[in-house]
Write a new protein. Structure first.
Length: 351
């Protein structure tokens, strides 16, 4: 079975030649064994998540005749976000030393359980990690529904221009569509894939849709099923949006000019990322992505080790005089939305 394109940041080491600024930090992290995998932790996480999904499915069958079944939609949305976080970690080779095992975990948690193409996400996300916030190379800041620079905003006219003018206000409402958008991107990406990889991905995506529809229609009346699906998918998209929104929006963006000074790995990842302060609940709700700086510096580091690496990363950045961005959850949303609002300002001024 063909494997997806190799991860640009392999598990054992981040890039071999990343510059003198990063090398001492990498040495400290290796000495603390923070790049060692946590197979048992992930096994427990996967089993608990699977049991949670099974429990919700059982409860849907028991409550399907009542409108009280809608109370399970938020629970299922949260569990689906946990499922996405597991697929994310598999894509970064955090779970297993075997690429084949990581791929199988990603296919099950992405394609089969969520209807999201693992190959599509892996390709897109790896390009983001290689060039975070780079306007020409990071697909996450490419002009699409949202725009992230004044240059992108200047080209928007008509409906897209109106959208850009108010994109800060529309950001979270738009995330309500993210669950459906992920499914659509997955099916569209099948045209890019070839051979058995396309067949496997496509079959699992179809199996997800068929299984999801069957679950709804066999556990509740049609009216309940339609409302449940809309609520579940909307809350799932919102949850993912809340987890990913604070990470890079409003942070530094590398100069795309080929003649501009280039950042090494350390500065490229630290200056473009923002951490979120908090305790266990923040770690759980954001799936470890609240340690965005550590995750970008060491993408193959297992999720439970990211918080343990934070002290070393902070100290190293302080010694080098590199800003280390960290804020609270609410303030992170405020900063991200402020950036989107400022980008749309020129269009509002033309009204």
């Amino acid at each position: 079975m063909p494997l997806p394109r190799p991860l640009p940041l392999p598990r054992e080491d981040v890039p071999a030649d990343t510059g003198s600024e990063f090398t001492p930090l990498l040495r400290v992290v290796k000495e603390q064994q923070l790049l060692e995998r946590r197979t048992g932790w992930y096994a427990r996480t996967i089993v608990v998540n699977a049991l949670g999904l099974a429990a919700v499915g059982t409860a849907m069958a028991l409550l399907g005749g009542s409108w009280w079944v809608l109370a399970l939609a938020p629970v299922l949305a949260v569990l689906c976000a946990r499922t996405a976080f597991i697929g994310h970690d598999a894509g970064h080779a955090q779970i297993s030393g075997s690429r084949a095992v990581n791929r199988r975990i990603g296919l099950v948690h992405g394609n089969l359980l969520l209807g999201m193409s693992y190959a599509w996400w892996n390709d897109k996300h790896n390009r983001h990690h290689a060039h975070p916030n780079h306007i020409d190379k990071d697909p996450d800041v490419a002009a699409d529904v949202l725009v992230f620079t004044s240059g992108q905003a200047a080209t928007r006219t008509g409906f897209r221009g109106r959208l850009t003018r108010h994109q800060a206000w529309l950001f979270f409402p738009l995330t309500l569509l993210e669950g459906l958008a992920l499914k659509l991107h997955g099916f569209q990406d099948l045209r890019r894939q070839k051979g058995r990889a396309r067949l496997v991905e496509g079959a699992l995506l179809v199996a997800h849709v068929a299984g999801y529809v069957t679950l709804l229609l066999t556990t509740m009346p049609l009216a309940h099923a339609l409302v449940f699906a809309a609520l579940h998918q909307a809350l799932f998209g919102l949850h993912l949006g809340m987890a990913f929104a604070p990470n890079h929006k409003g942070m530094d963006m590398p100069d795309p000019d080929p003649d501009a000074e280039k950042w090494g790995h350390l500065r490229r990842q630290v200056l473009t990322s923002r951490n979120i302060r908090g305790g266990f609940l923040t770690d759980w709700f954001l799936g470890g992505l609240n340690y965005q700086i550590e995750h970008h510096l060491f993408p193959s580091m297992p999720r439970p080790h990211l918080g343990l690496a934070q002290a070393a990363v902070k100290a190293h950045c302080r010694d080098l005089g590199i800003p280390y961005a960290e804020t609270g959850l609410v303030d992170s949303y405020r900063q991200a939305l402020r950036h989107l609002h400022e980008v749309g300002e020129p269009l509002r001024a033309d009204i």
